[in-house]
Design a protein around this ligand. Structure first.
Ligand SMILES: [Zn+2]
Length: 115
């Protein structure tokens, strides 16, 4: 049995203890709470799939709650259908979002707008 330091309050306690006896901190509880807080029930995987297949229409940005830029992408890809330039810009934008999304796969709070 090893003694570890509590990540929350710094008190020493057994690594077998489920929670810190001083402050009640449990790593599992904090982790699941953190995931729920940050992601609002949304998944980075879904975000990246949307960006890949429907990224040109801004689908992933709607999903992340970035409605303003999502509408801009949708307008560029639909209204600009006969003009190749806005479509290309929207496609590049979607590709950039995919790259940024992959870089932030473990920090979804940087991608998803908090409600
Ligand atoms: Zn503690």
């Amino acid at each position: 049995m090893a003694m570890i330091y509590c990540r929350e309050c710094g008190a020493r306690h057994s690594d077998k203890a489920k929670a810190c006896p001083k402050c009640g901190y449990t790593s599992e509880e904090t982790l699941s709470k953190k995931v729920n807080e940050l992601v609002n029930g949304k998944s980075m995987v879904v975000y990246l799939i949307l960006a890949w297949f429907l990224g040109i229409f801004g689908a992933h940005r709607f999903y992340a709650g970035k409605t303003g830029s999502a509408v801009a992408m949708l307008l560029m890809s639909t209204l600009g259908f006969f003009l190749i330039v806005p479509v290309v810009i929207s496609a590049i934008w979607a590709l950039v979002d995919i790259i940024v999304g992959i870089c932030n796969i473990n920090t979804p709070e940087k991608i998803f707008v908090k409600k």
